[in-house]
Write a protein that binds this ligand. Structure first.
Ligand code: TMP
Length: 236
């Protein structure tokens, strides 16, 4: 497998073609943004941590029956993944109130829900990723009814698996964002990343924030939080 020209650069990752038309290489950067790119910075070592953490989570999810884009980690910051067509939806699951949920509905952070919630944002930076429901997603032809049903099923499964696993490591899974892709045959697979950039992780004893909220809210100790997550998941 040979890494070739860059085909895309996002806020946190670059994507490269390979000599195999079905595979791409993702390269994780240390760049961090928040509030749709308004706040910019770097988190030293983040690319390495997110690459390793995301692959670790996806390997575990694969074992539990969740299909993912993951193929092979090839360096500290680079992973070979299946080339997919990204479904332009940000799928957000919440177990505990925080972030935009608390703001929008005027409730404090930390309320444990009886059942997880699911919401969709239309993945469109120019529009600021607006919140939509599944009827809007259908009207906008972002996905089919069957795809939306499958995405919901997989997202809740990811939540069940990750929530239990993280709790065993002393981490509360507050909320997280997923993206899904279509393989050439139409199969829906989990894509993008699962990392402290895309999840809220709180220490189960102290509720200390161990995720990107430390960057978003200028709480300090950003690198330490990312390192702590990697240490708890991978023991180094
Ligand atoms: P929110 O509370 O700001 O809506 O965020 C919910 C979850 O989604 C949180 O774990 C962070 C993650 N997220 C992303 O991964 N990318 C984004 O652009 C946003 C806004 C949130």
């Amino acid at each position: 497998m040979e890494k070739r020209e860059q085909i895309y650069e996002g806020k946190a990752k670059k994507v490269f073609n390979t000599d195999d038309p079905n595979l791409v290489v993702v390269e994780y950067k240390d760049d961090a943004t928040a509030f749709n790119g308004l706040k910019k910075g770097t988190i030293a070592g983040k690319g390495v941590i997110n690459n390793r953490v995301s692959n670790h989570m996806m390997r575990m999810l694969e074992k539990e029956g969740v299909p993912t884009h993951l193929v092979e980690e090839i360096s500290e910051r680079e992973t070979v993944v299946k080339k997919v067509q990204i479904v332009p939806l940000e799928v957000i699951i919440r177990n505990i109130s925080a972030g935009s949920f608390s703001k929008k509905y005027g409730v404090e952070e930390g309320i444990v829900f009886d059942e997880p919630t699911i919401e969709f944002s239309y993945k469109n930076d120019d529009l600021g990723d607006p919140l939509i429901n599944s009827y809007h997603a259908l009207a906008l032809k972002l996905a089919t009814k069957e795809e939306i049903a499958r995405i919901k099923e997989l997202a809740f499964k990811v939540n069940d698996v990750m929530k239990a696993y993280l709790l065993s490591l002393g981490i509360k899974l507050v909320d997280f964002k997923l993206e899904f892709g279509r393989l050439p045959d139409g199969t829906i697979v989990l894509a993008d990343e699962i990392s402290p950039d895309t999840c809220r992780f709180w220490d189960s004893e102290t509720n200390e924030k161990l995720d990107k909220d430390r960057f978003r809210r200028d709480l300090g100790g950003v690198e330490d939080a990312y390192n702590e997550i990697m240490r708890r998941l991978m023991g180094d």
